[in-house]
Design a protein around this ligand. Structure first.
Ligand SMILES: Cc1cc2nc3c(=O)[nH]c(=O)nc-3n(C[C@H](O)[C@H](O)[C@H](O)COP(=O)(O)OP(=O)(O)OC[C@H]3O[C@@H](n4cnc5c(N)ncnc54)[C@H](O)[C@@H]3O)c2cc1C
Length: 242
């Protein structure tokens, strides 16, 4: 859909580095997306402008809301640079340009046994999918292996635990790589970790999302373990180091 103007309903701190923004759209067609898809968000120098042409600075963001939510789009973003620095300073009532949905990193209900590999802020499309599957009472099984650097950077842990509690088909494993903390696995997702938590890898569908380096490492690992490329879907958030 062409760019339209949305209104900020809420902007909250989720972790010391991640914020969650809720954006209400007048055009309800924006709520017709597939879990795992992304929208382009746009900012204007005048955050009250109703003129789409004023919204020029753009970045893509996967939504964490489920398409079952017809009230707002919800995005979790890591405050990292030019765009997110400005997004983090918006106030309730400010305007944001939105177009989309885009992307093919969508959840395929035919895949009965799904393994999700999330690196850092790459958790976002999985939150949408797990919310959707829980709301719709789908029977697909999900194993989420979510790697973060530090315990306090684990985004939406309580929401993920709530979904796991509510939906017997969801299993969430949190691992942190730069410290040791109670309640978390320690270390990167490697062969031992994958076999321990995902079991037999054949006949599973793998979804990978995160920074470019994370995608490369996970694809290499899966291929090494004999997973067919056709069983792997990926969403590369970028962030190549400067
Ligand atoms: C399909 C798609 C979906 C995306 N969904 C999300 C999402 O749900 N949430 C989200 O936060 N981002 C998401 N991104 C990334 C997003 O589009 C921006 O690239 C990101 O927010 C940084 O924009 P910026 O202008 O703030 O930083 P820039 O000014 O463009 O970058 C500043 C510096 O920070 C680095 N950097 C940027 N982000 C990170 C990071 N997370 N970790 C480490 N270094 C980083 C960059 O490499 C650069 O060196 C997605 C990207 C794609 C392609």
């Amino acid at each position: 859909m062409a760019l339209e103007i949305g209104e900020v309903l809420e902007l909250v701190d989720e972790t010391p580095t991640v914020k969650i923004i809720s954006i209400a759209m007048r055009n309800k067609k924006f709520y017709d997306y597939k879990p795992g898809q992304f929208f382009n968000l746009y900012l204007s120098d005048n955050s009250n402008s109703e003129n789409p042409a004023d919204y020029k600075l753009a970045r893509p963001y996967s939504v964490i809301s489920s398409p079952t939510n017809k009230m707002y789009l919800e995005v979790a973003f890591k405050v990292a640079g030019v765009f997110t620095g400005r997004l983090a300073n918006l106030k309730k009532g400010d305007k944001v340009g939105v177009n989309g949905p885009f992307g093919a990193f969508t959840f395929d209900e035919a895949g009965k046994d799904i393994v999700m590999l999330a690196g850092g802020i790459g958790i976002t499309p999985f939150i949408s999918t797990l919310r959707y599957a829980t709301d719709k009472r789908l029977e697909n099984k999900f194993t989420l292996l979510y790697s973060s650097r530090f315990a306090n950077e684990v985004t939406m842990r309580n929401e993920l635990l709530r979904l796991q509690n509510e939906n017997n088909n969801i299993k969430c494993i949190f691992t942190i790589t730069r410290e040791v903390a109670a309640g978390f696995e320690h270390g990167r997702i490697d062969e031992i970790f994958l076999k321990k938590h995902a079991g037999n890898l054949s006949e599973k569908t793998f979804y990978i999302c995160g920074a470019h380096e994370f995608i490369l490492a996970m694809v290499e690992l899966l291929i090494k373990l004999g997973v067919d490329k056709k069983q792997i879907k990926k969403e590369d958030f970028g962030f190549v180091k400067k």
